[in-house]
Design a protein. Structure first.
Length: 227
């Protein structure tokens, strides 16, 4: 991020924070008792810069892998999402007109596969979505409810789109959205930083990886809820 962009963002956030504080925004929700980790779109189409949607998200992948390691050890539900469309891209429709880069996200292609560095495991949920939010048009809400989840720990990309939309739908669905700062990323630094600020003010809590790891490690290992 350039110095000019950083300074402009700092001014915008300072002004907005003052307004929000006067109007009753920016309070904390806090962690609940039974979390799930939801990893948004860390598939090759986003984590490999050779793809139209891709960016260098190496640090995000590594930090997410660390959180997943603790979640796996504790038996905490893990959900991975990707975006994939039929080969003729009819399902993409208007979204493709808005973002032609989505043409790479074809069902069955390498672009829609979860980044192998995250080591998707048997028993972890793999959801294909067509739109931004992990909740829209999927059974995520039902699955989380069936597992007694009250807290959604969100990792992945992009901060300004799918992460924000998922956090918005999470709180609207009655889950505590906890967006892990070091585990989310975007292809542009300005939208990334601004949306972290705005998510924290309105949709959920933006928390550090350290906070999340301490929280997860403090939990008694969870037992799956019977179907």
């Amino acid at each position: 991020m350039s110095t000019v962009t950083r300074e402009a963002l700092d001014v915008l956030k300072e002004d907005a924070a003052k307004l929000y504080a006067r109007r009753g925004f920016q309070t904390r929700i806090g962690f609940g008792r039974r979390p799930a980790v939801v990893v948004i779109d860390l598939a090759m189409g986003w984590t490999d810069p050779r793809y139209p949607l891709g960016a260098n998200l190496d640090a995000v992948v590594q930090n997410t892998k660390e959180v997943l390691g603790v979640a796996r050890a504790k038996g905490i539900p893990r959900v991975f999402t990707t975006m994939a469309y039929d080969p003729n891209l009819r399902e993409a429709d208007l979204f493709l007109k808005k973002i032609p880069a989505l043409k790479s996200q074809v069902s069955g292609s390498d672009a829609v596969k979860i980044d192998p560095r995250l080591e998707l495991q048997q028993g972890e949920i793999y959801l294909v979505k067509k739109w931004l939010s992990a909740f829209f048009g999927t059974n995520l809400n039902g699955y989380l409810t069936s597992q007694g989840v009250d807290t959604v720990i969100i990792a992945g990309c992009s901060t300004s789109a799918c992460v924000r939309a998922t956090a918005t739908d999470a709180i609207g669905s009655g889950f505590r959205p906890m967006v892990v700062r070091e585990c989310v990323g975007d292809r542009a630094s300005g939208p990334h930083e601004w949306n972290l600020f705005d998510i924290d003010a309105k949709m959920g809590d933006v928390v550090s990886k350290k906070e999340v790891l301490e929280y997860l490690k403090s939990l008694v290992p969870l037992q799956p809820v019977p179907a």
